[in-house]
Design a protein around this ligand. Structure first.
Ligand SMILES: Cc1cc2nc3c(=O)[nH]c(=O)nc-3n(C[C@H](O)[C@H](O)[C@H](O)COP(=O)(O)OP(=O)(O)OC[C@H]3O[C@@H](n4cnc5c(N)ncnc54)[C@H](O)[C@@H]3O)c2cc1C
Length: 301
């Protein structure tokens, strides 16, 4: 990056909000990837606006990261600056039947805050290990619920450095997608509209769904959750299992024996190993079932 741009960024952010050369395995749940040239960790939407204005003026491309639970980072490292929306923007508030959360809040923490306030509707999200921002971008969902079902409004900063608010309809949510995906927009906060419930029942539902997760998913290994999107009319995990690919491995990456929909890092995997497993799975499933599997995980080169 241009020295002048870096100097200007240092006028916007405190030194501890600028990280040089961090290993991406610390920032992604796959625990793979090379070094990131620069990670910026804003703590206000004002700082995000200033960063994006500087980037727009310099035509500087960038990436946006939440918890890194759906990102596979290249082993060769990431040259583009990464804007990470994490715990510095993690506030959660409750107002009547609404929960408001900054984009860096963990989905689990937001679901728990709703439960503590006897608000139902976010139980499905309690076990998804992402941030509110990443969840909204992906329209994260589980056990019959999706964030689109409970999202009232989304605040974001556009690549022009201006702040906007989108309604649920304007977000154009679809299966694991939203209008803001890959747009350069940065989600800063979300208002969830929930409904009154019984605290004990909400807590029990969260416990039950988390129990089902632990039972079915290889949570003991690093991964990015479901590696592939669910193809129309099929389940990715079932197609992969039927193709005899459980346990298929390259280096430290493996198709989980416990849940074929997950590629896991059994230890020491590189992102190249993960990609090699994914390529083999896509080819084998296509040859056997004629179904094209599309990665859900975002691949950063
Ligand atoms: C064990 C495990 C289980 C999982 N289970 C589920 C599940 O049940 N359902 C499900 O849907 N997913 C699941 N996932 C995948 C993942 O947790 C979700 O996709 C989650 O919403 C990603 O959030 P994140 O903060 O980690 O985003 P990241 O992985 O950091 O980023 C994902 C995408 O969102 C963008 N992004 C992140 N934050 C912002 C922001 N503030 N503004 C703009 N763009 C942003 C990134 O650029 C990237 O394109 C699972 C993952 C793991 C590891």
């Amino acid at each position: 990056m241009d020295d002048g741009l870096l100097t200007e960024l240092k006028n916007v952010l405190k030194p501890e909000q600028i990280v040089f050369g961090a290993a991406m395995d610390k920032y992604t749940t796959f625990r793979t990837g090379g070094r990131a040239a620069l990670i910026l960790e804003p703590e206000t939407s004002g700082q995000i606006k200033e960063i994006l204005r500087l980037f727009a003026a310099a035509a500087q491309p960038y990436l946006v990261l939440g918890n890194g639970s759906n990102v596979l980072a290249a082993d060769g490292g990431i040259e583009r600056p990464i804007i990470r929306i994490g715990k510095r923007m993690g506030e959660i508030g409750v107002f009547e039947n609404c929960v408001t959360a900054q984009a860096g809040a963990q989905l689990g923490a937001v679901a728990n805050a709703a439960m503590e306030n006897s608000l139902a509707g976010l139980e499905f999200a309690a076990g998804i290990p992402g941030t509110v921002g990443g969840g909204i971008i992906m329209n994260a969902g589980a056990y019959g619920g999706e964030l689109k079902d409970v999202t009232e409004a989304v605040s974001f900063v556009g690549p022009d450095g201006e702040e906007y608010v989108a309604s649920n309809e304007e977000m154009e949510f679809g299966y694991r997608r939203s209008a803001l995906q890959d747009s350069g927009c940065i989600v800063t906060g979300v208002t969830f509209s929930l409904f009154p419930g019984k605290k004990d029942e909400i807590a029990e539902k969260i416990r039950e769904l988390n129990r089902r997760r632990r039972e079915k998913q290889p949570l003991e290994y690093p991964s990015a959750g479901s590696t592939f999107k669910r193809p129309a009319g099929h389940f990715a995990g079932a197609l992969i299992e039927e193709a005899g690919l459980k346990g298929y491995s390259v280096g430290g990456a493996e198709v989980s024996e416990k849940h074929a929909g997950f590629v896991i890092n059994r230890g020491g995997a590189t992102s190249a190993d993960v990609l090699a497993v994914m390529d083999h799975v896509i080819k084998t499933v296509y040859d056997r079932a004629g179904v094209v599997l599309e990665p859900e995980v975002k691949i950063w080169g």
